[in-house]
Design a binder for this molecule. Structure first.
Ligand code: PLP
Length: 394
């Protein structure tokens, strides 16, 4: 047997690994509360399911579609993006539909990076960015951002080299929940413009904002889409459609043509039935989107004060979007004498039966990620289990 160097260096997604472990413990009859996965707990809204069933029954879902997706879906994504982002000139040619936003990102890195090209990646960062950049032969250049969790042009400038090709921005951000405002985005764009860099903006949490916070994308700062900006988004979070695997790229048509060529060899096409489901999600009744958003907001407002009251848990700025808290737990390590964040997460899983993610999976030590995409009762129970655990170990 031979394994490539590339595959030997590859680690499984830490969030998927720990969540699978928690799910297995539940299957084994252990009452674990799983706060480790970035997955809404809601069923996909009924109108979306019905559209998929109709597509199957009407015989539309049995065949290959074009590699970048059904023309009517590409057009619908272009229209929706044009309306939401107030961008002129978008058509279906600017859109490639992909197997989740993960594949959108993967195909983009394959399309824009040559070996050795560097991508600026604010840290903490979502687990898969760095691995996907490496799989494309690129180099993730991580940028520690400190307590504000926000990167500035000065931070970026410090890591600029003649190999820098792109900057990856995720707002609202996983795992911190921070949102960049328009003025911050403008300073970042001025900087990337000055160095003629590509910007990959992962806007997948753009509709999940809370307590009056609003979302602006860096792609919105021009009237027409800037050819250096690539928008990534998808249905998993907004429409509770993680299992359907629907994401998309919106970008310059020439770049999208290359993404489409890549996809034609990689996936053939995104699953046909899911494309009909996404078409309904984007163009049909949006009532459930707001119902789910409000539920996340209530969960955030409930769990944030509980988590920040835990001894040794520090999170001064309340998140404004996505569905995660990323507290600093250095104080909890000190209190309990537990040596590492990984060990704390381990003990919380095995003793307190609460599944969380070690911040090191996002490049940052002494933090843990708590997903609040779970019902209120479970969230409260989880925090009280953590409190009991800390009391017992202090
Ligand atoms: N981008 C971010 C920031 C995410 O958190 C996730 C999922 O956790 C994704 C992309 C990928 O989403 P999907 O592939 O389900 O569309």
């Amino acid at each position: 047997m031979h394994l490539s160097n590339r595959s030997q260096q590859l680690q499984p997604s830490a969030t998927m690994k720990i969540s699978a472990q928690a799910k297995q413990m539940v299957a084994d009859g252990i009452d674990v509360i799983n706060l480790s996965i970035g997955e809404p707990d809601f069923e996909t809204p009924d109108n979306i399911k019905q559209a998929a069933i109709a597509a199957i029954n009407d015989g539309h879902a049995s065949f290959y579609t074009p590699a970048a997706g059904l023309p009517q879906l590409r057009a619908a994504i272009a229209d929706r993006t044009a309306a939401d982002y107030q961008l002129t000139g978008l058509t279906g040619k600017n859109v490639a539909v992909t197997t989740g936003a993960k594949m959108a990102l993967y195909s983009v890195f394959q399309t824009i990076l040559d070996p050795g090209d560097e991508v600026l990646l604010p840290e903490p960062y979502w687990v898969s960015y760095a691995e996907q950049i490496k799989l494309a032969g690129g180099v993730p250049v991580t940028i520690p951002v400190g307590d504000s969790f926000k990167v500035t042009p000065a931070d970026l400038e410090a890591k600029l080299t003649d190999k820098t090709r792109a900057f990856l921005l995720n707002s609202p951000e996983n795992p911190t929940g921070v949102i960049y405002d328009q003025a911050e985005l403008q300073t970042l764009k001025d900087w990337t413009d000055a160095h003629d860099l590509m910007v990959v903006t992962d806007d997948i949490y753009g509709q999940l904002t809370y307590n009056g916070a609003s979302f602006t994308s860096i792609a919105q700062l021009t009237d027409a889409l800037d050819p250096n900006i690539i928008i990534i988004s998808g249905a998993s979070k907004t429409y509770s459609m993680t299992g359907w695997r629907m994401g998309y790229v919106v970008a310059d048509a020439a770049l999208v043509a290359k993404v489409s060529a890549f996809l034609s060899h990689a996936t053939g096409n995104p699953t046909a039935v899911s494309q009909y489901a996404l078409l309904e999600a984007l163009t049909g009744d949006q009532t459930q989107v707001e119902v789910m958003r409000q539920a996340f907001e209530e969960r955030l407002n409930t769990i944030y004060p509980l988590v920040t009251a835990l001894p040794g848990f520090k999170l001064d700025t309340k998140p404004q979007g996505a569905f995660y808290l990323f507290p600093d737990v250095a104080g909890a390590l000190e209190l309990t004498g537990i040596a590492t964040t990984g060990e704390l997460v381990n003990q919380l899983l095995n003793e307190a039966h609460v599944s969380l993610v070690d911040g090191n999976a996002f490049g940052v030590d002494h933090h843990i990620r708590i997903s609040y995409a779970t019902d209120l009762a479970s969230l409260k129970k989880a925090v009280s289990r953590i409190a009991d655990f800390l009391a017992a170990h202090t």
